[in-house]
Design a protein around this ligand. Structure first.
Ligand code: E4P
Length: 218
């Protein structure tokens, strides 16, 4: 499963990218707003650091304006992916942009039928929101499983499942088990993924024993 980082904070992105485990980035208007910086400056900095896909979201609500915004965003860098909301207008824009050769990420997906329509509109990625479904007492993981099943039924659907609104390490494990192609992960959750108490305890014991030898590896 590919790992994207769900952030607009270049410092956090650069720090995690030192592991060379970052396959891409997703942003959204709320994440951009947190930075108090021009959207183009933020996206340029991110695209300079990350060579994989970087999702940048349109803010228009009508297809015609979404397409105009997509043209502006695409000029920032060739690895920009146009993020579109899963609305009637968003689907219209997705079909149009797909035909023009743009890569798209259709976001705010909460049902299998929404995912199916986005895939038929040629979306490169569909972003089902796991955490926000859990928030209303439904199962985000079941949605990922169901979309996987439907996409596997129809080999002509090439859209990648990009699990979003991932809130914890358990979500990451479960979307991987469900066959999600990608998980987009907030920085805080990324740092939860490699931590284990037994790793810390084990390392402490190894180093105490090693120090007793008075040796150095040099
Ligand atoms: C994904 O593309 C979204 O930006 C993000 O994952 C939403 O997460 P949230 O529901 O935690 O805000």
């Amino acid at each position: 499963m590919k790992i994207y980082i769900d952030s607009s904070d270049i410092k956090e992105i650069k720090e995690i990218n030192k592991t060379q485990l970052v396959d891409g980035i997703t942003t959204n208007p709320s994440l951009i707003a947190k930075q108090n910086k021009d959207i183009k400056v933020i996206l340029k900095e991110i695209c300079k650091e990350i060579k994989g896909p970087v999702s940048a979201e349109v803010t228009a609500t009508q297809a015609k304006q979404m397409i105009e915004e997509a043209k502006v965003l695409q000029k920032i860098s060739k690895n920009i992916v146009i993020k579109l909301p899963l609305t009637f207008e968003g689907l219209k824009a997705c079909s149009h942009l797909t035909k023009k050769g743009y890569k798209t990420n259709v976001t705010l997906c909460f049902s299998v039928t929404q995912a199916l329509l986005a895939a038929k509109a040629g979306a490169t990625y569909i972003s089902p929101f796991v955490g926000r479904l859990d928030d209303i007492g439904e199962s985000g993981i079941e949605l990922i499983k169901d979309i996987r099943k439907v996409f596997d039924n129809y080999k002509d659907l090439k859209t990648k499942i990009l699990s979003a609104s991932v809130r914890n390490a358990e979500h990451v494990k479960e979307v991987a088990k469900a066959g999600s192609d990608i998980a987009t992960i907030p920085p805080k959750v990324f740092h939860e993924l490699y931590k284990h108490d037994l790793t810390d305890k084990g390392l402490k014991i190894f180093l105490e024993d090693w120090n007793k030898t008075n040796q150095k590896i040099s």
